[in-house]
Write a protein of this length. Structure first.
Length: 173
């Protein structure tokens, strides 16, 4: 017989002739014949599930197997939900060194919304052509962004130049 996809054998699929039985109230009954255990499970309207197949004799429990599978899936789903709550994502805001003050304020407003939701924000300035010769303008812009957001965010990674882009990452306080 093929074991269940979870590795647990149930009811007639149990191979052992004698089993150590645990009833539906978690009381240890003792070592009994498999057919007796099956009778007790049917009488209770539940399944006989082999929970420890490697022990000698194998341990079997009387339980509602469908309910057990449902609870296991539920635990996995809840664990995934809790895992995703703590995961932070990085949002990127792209700028140019000649970005106007009003446009910059709008971008900072969007960044504030991301920060308030718990995300990190990466500001990226793109330099084209001869703009790369005026990196000080980019550092000034990142400094003004930092001063605008200092009440809600702190700098995680200060501004740094790499090829033709300058990046700075801020995170919630």
């Amino acid at each position: 017989m093929i074991p269940d996809k979870k590795g647990l054998r149930i009811n007639e699929r149990i191979r052992a002739h004698q089993v150590r039985l645990i009833d539906q109230n978690n009381n240890q009954v003792g070592i009994v014949e498999k057919y007796e255990a099956m009778g007790m499970a049917r009488e209770a309207g539940l399944d006989l599930v082999e929970v420890a197949p490697t022990s000698d004799p194998p341990v079997c429990r009387i339980m509602d197997y469908g309910k057990y599978l449902y609870q296991q899936k539920r635990k996995i789903r809840d664990a995934h939900k809790k895992h995703n709550i703590h995961a932070t994502t990085t949002k990127e805001i792209r700028l140019r060194p000649e970005t106007d003050l009003h446009d910059l304020q709008i971008k900072v407003k969007h960044a504030r919304e991301f920060i308030e939701k718990g995300h990190k924000v990466q500001f990226t300035l793109f330099f084209r052509g001869r703009q790369v010769l005026h990196q000080e303008r980019g550092y000034e812009m990142l400094g003004s962004i930092t001063s605008m957001m200092e009440d809600v965010a702190k700098v995680e990674r200060p501004g740094s130049m790499m090829n033709r882009r300058m990046t700075m990452t801020v995170m919630p306080k």
